[in-house]
Design a protein around this ligand. Structure first.
Ligand code: ADP
Length: 165
């Protein structure tokens, strides 16, 4: 049985992430989607618990996709869940340099135990990022094409809350 880990911030999950998860769930027996606390990213839009709720709602009926919230290094989480590899999505050349570094450091930190598998999102999602979706929301433009309907609802709710603060 081959289990893989797909780590990220998912703030929020976009259809680009969902496209990668779908591909991974077809290629491997089980995909653990891990929301990882990233202390470097301070300005979060959704809390970790809110992100967990969104991912759990979207994937509750998909048997081979499990969602977890963890802290620490991705390689440690991969070992904890006995994952053979880490899945990362590649969009463009601008992702490439950073992702190669991450792959190398993760191999080293895990004593060559954890490899990284790169997947490409379908072309309609290649420009998509969580940041861009938040910007489109701020511009008051439709976000239906970029996020799951549940995430869209939560983003509208969050914007309303923020406007009242
Ligand atoms: P991180 O903070 O680790 O970059 P993200 O949630 O932004 O977390 O992204 C998690 C993973 O998903 C990364 O490998 C990222 O490159 C990939 N990813 C994000 N958006 C897309 C997309 N539209 N197409 C393909 N891969 C994507």
């Amino acid at each position: 049985m081959t289990r893989v880990l797909y780590p990220g911030s998912f703030d929020p999950i976009t259809k680009g992430h969902m496209n990668i998860i779908e591909q991974a769930s077809e290629l491997f027996d089980e995909v653990i989607v891990a929301i990882l606390r990233n202390p470097a990213k301070k300005n979060q839009f959704f809390t970790e618990e809110e992100r967990l709720d969104m991912l759990n709602t979207i994937y509750s009926k998909i048997n081979n996709v499990k969602v977890v919230l963890e802290k620490g290094a991705a390689v440690d989480v991969a070992e904890l869940y006995q994952c053979k590899a880490i899945i990362r999505g590649l969009r463009s050349l601008s992702d490439y340099d950073y992702e190669v570094q991450l792959h190398q450091i993760n191999k080293e930190l895990s004593n060559n135990k954890v490899n990284t598998v790169f997947l490409f999102a379908d072309k309609e999602y290649q420009f998509l990022s969580s940041t861009i979706v938040k910007e489109v929301l701020n511009l008051d433009k439709p976000i239906d094409k970029y996020v799951h309907p549940y995430v869209k609802m939560k983003m509208y709710e969050k914007r309303k809350e923020d406007n009242y603060e």
